[in-house]
Design a protein. Structure first.
Lengths: 338, 476
């Protein structure tokens, strides 16, 4: 057979056509099939609920993936976002309907934060609603778009509706802000984005130990200001003043400036919800940092809060944090025994 | 360009006078009509698509520019990319291909009716695609296949008709040899049909990870097996034609062709380095990204060696400078792409604005400039109407300076973004530090957009003067 590609159009374009199909099969279709067959949801994960599914739909339709990744890479610079993503993390994502394909949530740009673990990092629905209605109401320097069309303004909302109270500068002039079904679904989806342990619960203990060893061996420099800005500032703000009605101010706060740091340490370790401060109610929920921050880190961030924005309270050490942790554990055990 | 030889006109002391195109090429009226319609529609999509791009670029600096759902960033970004891919670049390339393939086969296009049908299908598809994306109907957020299948099927149908039309034309050619341009052009059509089918067919991309394997393949091949071979094929025709000399080496073109097909197909997953898709796919992608040095060096070398010794022609032509810029950008972005694939550099640049600079340098500096070179080289010769030379010059310089002002700051800013993440600074740092670079991007983008308005004006000026006049010329 003569390979006269430049004269025989059937041979030339046949080779081009079938050759490319062959290459495509070995580099994309077959690997995809293989991956799909091998991939299993992580044992600790749960199927998506209907409302979370609807939320994912909103997430895709509004193009959130163009700025937010859901992909933690196994490299040091990504450690802030959670544990490295595994194939199983995406096993439960599937085709939404016959018209649309399986959503691409991994993303290719990180103009905004990674969302793999945002449900853990930011569990407060109040925060998400405020942030979606106007991101700058909670994150001053944010460049994220506002999504007012996911909300309605109503004069007298029904009792089963989600009313969102915004700080004065951002609130609608008249009436009350109510989250639409779409906003509720989107927030439910965002809250569901929590990384679950890679292994079955039984072996998770040893896993935790190795990760502790790793973090100790790396001995990162601990800086209270940057821990604050990564974990606390989205609600309490960089100036510590919080958001009226939602997240309390830390400036001159009785617990933050108290000489006895026990309550302050407890608030950081175990979170807080529904506690009025100086007669004012706050709708936000604070998550616990017991698992995510070490004693040194908790001490550093508490000291940052105690000495910034005009606060001038005595600082603490990692030992103080450890003491509170141990006492509370002991108390819990005694309480259970009784 | 300062060349002593260039004619300095007394009436126009500020600019160098370029030579006129000379005689009109004798082509059938039908082909002029079809080709010009493709060019005119592509110019419309260019202006529309870059207006959208310009607008979303401003939103990085002023996020509260509006709060209308149809105009929000997340909905307009895919409008921008899809309109420029399928509306402007694709249709402009097809316009030129509809001339090059019949010309080098020395016969008429197989069927003008099929040509018009493709034109209709593609434009309806892009129009509906724009509307659906603005309504918030997105296929799944996978870049460049965001238009849902019932709408994109129209585009695919148009493309199949183009491929069939061109194949039939080549099959019935009046010469024995198939010119190298036709290898590239028809291959690009065939590859893209396969690519789009694989991207949209169900069965092997049900979960998030298998979907990502296909996405890596598709998003990269969309560029590498459609735009790249198509414009290279066109350049293999227009460059020697406009220089009036043969291509430096036919064999280098063939080498570049086969290596392009084999190497490029394997490298899509380098968009997902460090991701949870199988490690071996990522490694294969990185290895073949290095292999891409072969076709790129062969291709650009071939073009540059063809240009060697003919620099005077560049100074005297208003279309060749576009081709020169396109070839240089082809080399730069391709080597840059290889570097971005290395794990060490990928760490710094992945997820940052560096990739935005890279994609604009390739789709604009490389693909769009080669297309403009072809359009300015061909259309006046078809219609007999020349664009004002001053306007072509303004288009060239605004577009060139615009893309540089756009991409260089984004590369610097993107690098700083990556370094900020590596240094473990708070995330907001990386957003705040980008502000000045986003302002530069808006300035460069504005220059680019202005150049497109001028291009649209030039297309209007190049329109067939009057059909009666053309008819007389054709008949005489």
């Amino acid at each position: 057979m003569k390979f006269d590609f430049h004269k025989n159009h059937k041979l030339l374009f046949g080779t081009i056509f079938w050759g490319f199909i062959f290459l495509s099969l070995i580099i994309s279709v077959l690997p995809a099939l293989w991956v799909q067959r091998e991939n299993e949801p992580l044992p600790a994960s749960e199927p998506m609920t209907d409302i979370e599914r609807k939320g994912l739909n909103v997430f895709i339709g509004e193009g959130c993936v163009y700025c937010h990744t859901q992909q933690v890479r196994p490299i040091e610079m990504d450690e802030n976002w959670g544990r490295p993503s595994a194939p199983g993390d995406y096993a439960r994502i599937d085709r939404q309907d016959i018209w649309r394909q399986t959503p691409a949530v991994l993303g290719s740009e990180r103009t905004g934060p990674d969302l793999s673990n945002v449900g853990e990092r930011q569990p407060s629905a109040v925060w998400h609603y405020m942030h979606l209605y106007n991101p700058r109401s909670v994150v001053e320097e944010s460049i994220m778009p506002s999504y007012p069309w996911l909300f309605e303004v109503k004069k007298s909302p029904g009792s089963d509706e989600t009313v969102v109270s915004m700080p004065e500068d951002y609130a609608p002039e008249q009436g009350q802000l109510v989250a639409t079904e779409k906003a509720e679904a989107l927030v439910a989806y965002l809250q569901s984005l929590k990384q679950v342990p890679m292994d079955a619960p039984a072996s998770s203990v040893s896993n935790e130990e190795t990760s502790k060893e790793i973090s100790e061996s790396q001995k990162k420099t601990i800086d209270g200001a940057s821990i604050y800005s990564n974990n606390c500032a989205s609600c309490h703000q960089n100036n510590g003043e919080g958001v009226q009605g939602a997240f309390p101010s830390l400036v001159g706060d009785p617990v933050v400036t108290d000489e006895d740091p026990t309550d302050h340490i407890r608030a950081v370790l175990y979170g807080m919800q529904g506690v009025p401060i100086e007669g004012e109610n706050y709708s936000g929920i604070m998550q616990p940092f017991e698992q995510t921050l070490s004693d040194e880190e908790v001490a550093a961030v508490i000291n940052h809060e105690r000495t910034s924005w005009g606060n001038d309270a005595p600082t603490i050490t990692a030992e103080d944090v450890a003491e509170v942790r141990n006492n509370d554990e002991l108390n819990e055990i005694t309480a259970e025994e009784e | 360009m300062e060349k002593k030889s260039a004619v300095l006109s007394e009436q126009r002391p500020l600019t160098v006078e370029k030579s006129k195109v000379g005689e009109r090429i004798d082509t059938s009226l039908e082909s002029i009509r079809l080709i010009f319609s493709f060019v005119a529609l592509s110019a419309f999509w260019l202006v529309f698509g870059t207006l959208v791009g310009e607008y979303v670029g401003f939103k990085f600096v002023w996020p509260e520019l509006d709060s209308v759902s149809w105009l929000s960033f997340g909905r307009l970004r895919p409008v921008h990319t899809n309109v420029l891919f399928w509306g402007f670049l694709s249709q402009a390339m097809i316009a030129l291909a509809l001339y090059v393939v019949p010309r080098t086969s020395q016969r008429e296009l197989y069927s003008y009716r099929l040509g018009w049908t493709s034109l209709g299908l593609m434009n309806i598809s892009v129009l509906f695609g724009v509307i659906s994306l603005m309504m918030g109907i997105n296929n799944g957020g996978q870049e460049y296949r965001e238009i849902i299948w019932p709408i994109f099927a129209l585009f695919a149908g148009g493309l199949i008709l183009v491929a069939y039309n061109l194949y039939k034309t080549i099959a019935d050619r009046k010469v024995t040899e198939i010119y190298i341009s036709n290898w590239y052009i028809l291959a690009a059509c065939l590859w893209t049909i396969i690519l789009v089918s694989i991207a949209y067919l169900p069965g092997y991309q049900k979960d998030g990870i298998s979907q990502t394997v296909i996405q890596g393949y598709y998003m990269h091949q969309g560029v590498g097996q459609w735009f790249t071979p198509m414009v290279l094929g066109l350049t293999y025709y227009f460059l020697p034609k406009l220089l009036n000399k043969p291509i430096y080496s036919y064999s280098l073109g063939v080498l570049a062709f086969w290596t392009q097909m084999i190497f490029y197909t394997m490298i899509g997953s380098h968009h997902f380095v460090f991701s949870p898709i199988p490690w071996w796919i990522q490694t294969v992608a990185i290895v073949f990204s290095v292999g891409m040095i072969v076709p790129v060096t062969a291709g650009t070398g071939n073009f540059l060696l063809t240009m060697k010794g003919s620099w005077r022609s560049f100074a005297r032509s208003y279309s060749l400078p576009f081709i020169l810029v396109g070839v240089i950008f082809y080399a730069i972005v391709s080597y840059q792409g290889t570097l971005e694939a290395f794990r060490s550099l990928n760490k710094v640049w992945h997820f940052t604005n560096f990739t935005i600079a890279h994609s604009h340098m390739s789709m604009y500096g490389f693909v769009a400039f080669l297309i403009w070179g072809g359009i300015y080289g061909l259309i006046p010769r078809l219609t007999g109407s020349e664009p004002p030379q001053l306007a072509v010059g303004a288009h060239f310089w605004l577009a060139l300076i615009g893309i540089l002002v756009y991409s260089i700051p984004l590369m610097i800013g993107g690098t700083l973004q990556g370094l900020s993440w590596i240094a473990g600074e708070s995330f907001m740092e990386s957003v705040n530090l980008m502000t000045p670079y986003w302002v530069w991007r808006a300035i460069g983008g504005t220059m680019m957009f202005l150049s497109h308005l001028i291009f649209a004006y030039n297309v209007w000026k190049m329109r067939p003067s009057t059909w009666e006049k053309l008819t007389q010329v054709s008949q005489s």
